[in-house]
Unconditional design. Structure first.
Lengths: 122, 122
């Protein structure tokens, strides 16, 4: 898969050789960083897909005059994600903070969409 | 795949029917929210895997007295992720904020590991 590669040049993981670090330690560090970079690329593409969904939700809400935020839905999402995180041995508090961070961005998008809809009507 | 399901009870997407919303709108909202919930579960599991990698990096760094933070690596990660985000039509500024949020958590973990290593030595 080179399609999602940002272009020529060394990857973030590969160009990190520093003097003073044992070769085998550097190789292990590069191996782990290669995996981290792959996971980050996957997460970026997942979130791009997520925002496509939330953008459709935003349009739907704006069209039907539904409020951008939905506290009961968010509470259920947080409970579920904390449980998923716990099962995956990810800190549930971190998962919750992350979801809140993403939801804040989504609500900002929804407000922009709703403002646009109101501007078109007015 | 039911192994990562948090257990019995309705999913966050399914239990959101509210009076006053047209059935077809509610169905569309549920469909989109089902996708969002699936993506969130994938992201949680990706991040669990990412933290497994960064934990190994943290142990390696602590063992070899390398500093927990690595500004040049982080700068390269941010440049790459912004480019990936742009190609995926995700706001690059959001991708950068998100990576910084995750890196801050990782550094916190590395410091904890390094403190543990020092405590064992001392």
């Amino acid at each position: 898969m080179t399609t999602s590669d940002p272009g020529p040049g060394p990857s973030p993981a590969a160009s990190d050789d520093r003097p003073g670090i044992d070769d085998s330690v550097q190789a292990e560090l590069n191996r782990l960083r290669g995996s981290i970079d792959n996971i980050d690329a996957a997460v970026v593409h997942m979130l791009a897909e997520r925002f496509k969904c939330t953008q459709q939700v935003g349009i739907l809400k704006a069209e039907h005059q539904l409020p951008p935020a939905d506290p009961s839905r968010e509470a259920r999402q947080i409970t579920r994600l904390r449980e998923l995180a716990e099962n995956a041995r990810l800190d549930p508090a971190f998962a919750e903070k992350l979801l809140n961070f993403i939801i804040a961005e989504v609500i900002r998008h929804h407000e922009t969409i709703a403002d646009g809809a109101r501007a078109e009507e007015g």
